[in-house]
Write a protein that binds this ligand. Structure first.
Ligand SMILES: C[S@@+](CC[C@H](N)C(=O)[O-])C[C@H]1O[C@@H](n2cnc3c(N)ncnc32)[C@H](O)[C@@H]1O
Length: 280
């Protein structure tokens, strides 16, 4: 993911879901009188950090927002700065050298947020171990995770297509959510949290629909999260997007729903996990 402008501008329905889910999880969190810093892992373009997380924090709480992508962090600093509250840092959530990372200097954290990030991480266990180490005992980790989505199933279809296989085949698995093929993603994630030293406060799976006002906006939002587009030659990018969306449609993940008013809604359907773990 390295298209911060596109993700930020086309992602309004996505941010609305983040706002709802974080709002619902907030009541499960406890805030001591003198709150420790809060870490946002995989902050992307920083809109959720600044507009969804920061406004809910107790006054004076420091927020460290981090991402593996320098492009995302540059966009954050330009468009989502909040001096005195948010510090942006480059950080790989799966690093095997946590104590040498840029965020370690701010630990221990009172909370760690990972909003729509875990599906990007091929080693969820390592990332959760790192979060556990970064938290104070009793501190909480808050997750929203894209568990199942046809856009992931459609990657697998494209990887079988001779036109696209050479750009995808070697690592398509890396970009498919670890929960995509799971029979029971909530149990799997719950067990992972428990096995790494968390008490699971909640962990629920629910169906979601992102509603876009136009076909163009839905396409732009999907383009911003496509993991392979950068590898596709410029003159074939549109064909690749067409094929990807065609597979999604066939799999029932994209629908155009006409309202009684005659207005059409451009929808994308998926399943998400929302969870809070407390460090034991
Ligand atoms: C779907 S975006 C979510 C961004 C943000 N949390 C939000 O809700 O808008 C996923 C982000 O995770 C980041 N990411 C992917 N792998 C990562 C890793 N190993 N460590 C940290 N961030 C990572 C990507 O660069 C991207 O910005």
């Amino acid at each position: 993911m390295d298209k911060p402008e596109l993700f930020s501008s086309a992602g309004t329905p996505y941010r609305a879901l983040a706002d709802t889910q974080i709002g619902e999880l907030w009541s499960a969190l406890s805030w001591p009188e003198d709150p420790l810093p809060v870490l946002d892992v995989g902050c992307g373009p920083g809109d959720v950090t600044k507009k969804v997380i920061a406004p809910r924090l107790p006054p004076g709480t420091k927020l460290v927002a981090s991402d593996i992508s320098p492009e995302m962090l540059e966009f954050c600093r330009l468009h989502n700065a909040l001096p005195g509250t948010i510090t942006y840092e480059l950080f790989d959530a799966m690093t095997p050298h946590l104590e040498k990372s840029s965020v370690w200097q701010y630990a221990p954290f009172g909370k760690v947020f990972a909003v729509m990030v875990m599906q990007w991480l091929s080693d969820n266990r390592r990332a959760i171990q790192n979060m556990h180490k970064l938290l104070v005992p009793g501190g909480e980790a808050v997750f929203t995770v894209l568990a199942k989505s046809v856009h992931l199933a459609a990657y697998e279809e494209l990887a079988k297509d001779p036109r696209w296989a050479r750009y995808m085949k070697q690592d398509v698995e890396t970009f498919v959510s670890p929960y995509h093929r799971s029979e029971d993603p909530a149990s799997e994630f719950r067990q992972l949290l428990q096995s790494e030293g968390f008490h699971v406060v909640c962990c629920d799976l629910s169906p979601q629909t992102f509603v876009f006002p136009s076909e163009a906006q839905r396409r732009a939002a999907l383009k911003s999260v496509n993991a392979f587009l950068n590898r596709i030659p410029e003159d074939q990018k549109d064909d690749f997007m067409d094929d990807w969306m065609h597979h999604m449609e066939k799999l029932g993940g994209l629908t155009n729903d006409t309202e009684p008013t005659g207005e059409t809604k451009f929808c994308m359907h998926c399943t998400t996990l929302a969870a809070v773990g407390r460090k034991l």
